[in-house]
Design a protein around this ligand. Structure first.
Ligand code: UD1
Length: 417
């Protein structure tokens, strides 16, 4: 397992290009299974989750190339409907192949999804919605078999605005008979990106970005070229890094409309954030202010994917802040690691109390999940002395060339594989 070695204390200055969104690229790439021809998907980040998704596409019989952010998928001869369990167990988002494989082959076999250790992460919403559309399921040990034919549109009420369930339903419904309406759908920007992609391929979907999505099924989707939106969580992570180190960084391609709550909360810590047509600048000097209670919520609320990085910032504030994690039940594994660096954080259940300290100390810490790992890097960049962040593999799942991007801004970090 690799590790990041960071010598903290350098301010970050300059410009960084924000990559394409991981959470947008994954469902879009999975959807290409529905297209019996060549799809060209640009602005895909070169991260391990994207590479694993490409591996799955190849196993399913697609021809795939990936260079300079461009993924070319030829799904014409796709001929398999099984996502091997050794891959699905490693990557939660592999569940997104369910809708696409059912739409293409009327059948799917997949292992139960794995991913970050941030909570139970069941898939009951996906299964229930698919059953409402006519899919039958059989469980055999550690894998699920879904099958049927002539899947029909349905009125689906989600108990919670699940991002993955909303995407999976959109994908299958786009080629099912009649109309599907998703009530209480997720409103994340990545849902809009998926709608735009599917519509460009000939689907008929309206409402993404609101809590009700209408999908009128079409017979088939056509080859398409599409460019993935920029990664709002990567942009937010760089904002947090600047908040802790000081300096001034321009986040090229970052889209402020997708980041309102992130911008609001990081501004409250004392950063000056300016929005431009082609990006966002973030500037920090002086001390970090504590913030009023932050509650993670589905979009447009504060994203759970920014909670750990924000906690690193607040651990250096002049005062006490509170964070409530409402989306995942055990997304506080980074607290123990931040404490090793001298942070004063306590938590009970879903609530963390962060008493700011004047500085963090370099230490040997361990990534337990993707964004928790990013929070340790944010902390390490401002800590005194050397920080070793072990299990870099989690961070590499979701950040493209993070070490190189930080070095280009003046940070002292290297990735040892
Ligand atoms: C997606 C994102 C992830 C982000 C999360 C919440 C991708 C690839 N990942 O994950 O980065 O943290 O949204 O914004 O886009 N739930 C159920 N049953 C289900 C599905 C979900 O109970 O069938 C629960 C989950 O356990 C969790 C909550 O719903 O507590 C939200 O999960 P969901 O929005 O589905 O997250 P993901 O799509 O897995």
């Amino acid at each position: 397992m690799g590790r990041f070695i960071i010598n903290g204390g350098n301010a970050l200055n300059g410009e960084v290009s924000i990559s394409g969104s991981k959470n947008s690229a994954l469902p879009i790439l999975a959807s290409t299974i529905l297209i019996k021809g060549v799809s060209v998907i640009e602005n895909c980040p070169n991260i391990s989750d994207v590479n694993k998704t490409i591996d799955i596409l190849r196993i399913l019989g697609c021809k795939v190339s990936f260079s300079n952010g461009k993924v070319v998928v030829d799904s014409k001869n796709a001929n398999m409907f099984e996502v091997p369990s050794d891959i699905s167990e490693k990557m939660r988002s592999s569940i997104i192949f369910m809708g696409a494989l059912l739409g293409r082959f009327n059948e799917v076999i997949t292992g139960y999804p794995g991913g970050c250790e941030i909570g139970e992460r069941p898939i009951d919403f996906h299964i229930k919605a698919f059953e409402e559309m006519g899919v039958k399921f059989e469980n055999s040990g550690c894998s699920i078999y879904g099958f049927g034919k002539n899947f029909k549109g349905a009125n689906i009420n989600l108990d919670f605005p699940s991002v993955g369930a909303t995407e999976n339903i959109m994908i299958l419904a786009s080629v099912s008979e009649g109309q599907t309406v998703i009530y209480n759908s997720a409103r994340e920007p990545e849902i809009i990106d998926l709608q735009n992609f599917l519509n460009k391929a000939g689907a008929d979907i309206k409402g993404a970005g609101t809590d009700t999505i209408y999908i009128n099924g079409v017979k088939e989707l056509k080859p398409v070229e599409y460019s993935v939106m920029s990664d709002r969580i990567e942009a937010g992570t760089f904002m947090c890094a600047v908040a802790t180190t000081g300096g001034e960084v321009f986040l090229k391609n970052a889209n402020a409309t997708d980041m309102r709550q992130i911008i609001l909360r990081i501004s409250e810590t004392g950063c000056i954030i300016k929005e431009y047509e082609n990006g966002i600048s973030v500037k920090k000097s002086g001390f970090i202010k504590p913030v009023n209670i932050i509650r993670t919520e589905p979009f447009p609320g504060f994203p759970t994917d920014m909670q750990p990085q924000m906690m690193s910032v607040l651990s250096l504030a002049r005062g006490t802040s509170i964070i409530v994690e409402n989306v995942f039940e055990s997304r506080f594994k980074h607290i123990l690691e931040l404490s090793k660096m001298g942070a004063d954080i306590s938590f009970e259940g879903r609530t963390a109390v962060i008493k700011g300290v004047s500085s963090l100390n370099g230490s040997c810490v361990v990534c337990r999940d993707l964004r928790g790992g990013a929070s340790l890097i944010v902390a390490g960049l401002s800590a005194k002395g050397e920080t070793c962040v072990q299990n870099s593999v989690y961070v590499e799942r979701g950040y493209e060339n993070l070490d190189m991007k930080i070095r280009n801004l003046g940070g002292d970090i290297k990735l040892l594989k």
